[in-house]
Design a protein around this ligand. Sequence first.
Ligand code: SAH
Length: 470
Amino acid sequence: MKHFPIFLSVEGRLIVVSGGGEAAIAKLRLLMKTEACIRVFAAHADDVIRDWAAEGRLEWVNRGFAAGDAKGSALFYAANEDDVEDARVAGLAAVDGALVNIVDNLADSAFITPAIVDRDPVTVAIGTEGAAPVLARAIKADLEERLPPVLGTLAKIGKAFRKTADALPMGRKRRDFWADYYFRKGPLAVENDGVEAVRPALEDLLNDHLNRTARVGHVDLVGAGPGDPELLTLKARKALDAADVVIYDRLVAPEILELARREALLINVGKEGFGPSTTQDDINAQMVKHAKEGAQVVRLKGGDPVIFGRLDEEIDALDVAEISWRIVPGITAASAAVAGIGQSLTQRGRNASVRILTGHDMKGFAEHDWRQLARSGEVAAIYMGKKSARFIQGRLLMHGASAETPVTVIENASRPEARVVATKLNSLSTALDDARLNGPALTLIGLAPRRAAAIAQSLIEKTAKEAISQ
Ligand code: SAH
């Protein structure tokens, strides 16, 4: 972030603009939304500016900007549409101590003006550091559509009611009240009976909330998916939105944690490689403690919590403590991995079942029904299979699997940094040694990336044809 967004207090302060043409007018339209005193310096001012001056909406000084004119001002805009003149006035204004912006000159500006969605007092500022104005405009248009015009009115009425609402204890009770107002009761009151109905509705709502009994804690066991935030379910997003406490694993991508409510307490119980860094008992204890205190807890796990997520141990702990819980499933790594190579986990005529395996368990490398797995056409998705690759390779070959069995390892499936290692069973461990993967990786036995599979198939057909024609 080269530019840090802030909201500057400009009430009653001076903002100076140098220039009297189109560029100045565009900036003035924005500036006139504020409660600042605006002074324009221009020897030649457009009629629009003269009219605004006549209406008392700004002050127009009928001459070019000179040294000392920006003294005491909060902001200064050089908007002369003339590089030489802009550089001259910007230099003078900086000496006067103003923060300087030169219109359409990012490099020489001390600040930039964002695209603005105005629902005063709710203001959304959008900036792209000059990289993509088109994008900023598109986001603005999207937000303009999404935020109802009445939002500003609701916020104003809400603001005047803040002191009264302090009757509710700080924390979740108060937050619930405001959420209820902004997203349910407020808009409903305006829609049914107009703006006048909002204040009485707010009073009713407060009474209602004051008389409510304490909310009980609850734990949502939520799948965060394989990493791409867009692969989060809507239910998971809603749970994150409502969470007071989020207890998350190492595999959960930072972009997903960003979606948690800003006030939420985030607790990292990350498990590193082999062996946990926070014990399962500690994790259980954390969930129980926060839920007992009345918190809405999200236990956020990579992928789908129902797959290699030690879900049952957590549920048992919650049941013992008599805490209500719910499972919100997610997209598991195997689904993301096959999607990444254009394949499916099952295929008519190839495999009617798929095995989901772990490369290691409590005792070390995990044993499986290798004879079954070694059969041609079998597909297995191996979780936590990186370190055990050599072991798995040896076991499968020993039980008669073809050395040519396709094996694909997908690291960081669904994330921008995803990598695919496509190999054969007999070279699995050397291919992995060479690839030096260090992110989470899923091993698919019996599957090649679709394009490679297609090429291999066409080669087989070709050799067959050649054999026939000879
Ligand atoms: N509950 C999770 C699995 C947890 S076990 C799920 O449903 O996906 C952790 C293992 O999952 C990792 O060792 C790795 O094998 C796999 N994994 C998780 N995220 C992955 C990703 N984005 N890409 C590849 N493998 C992943």
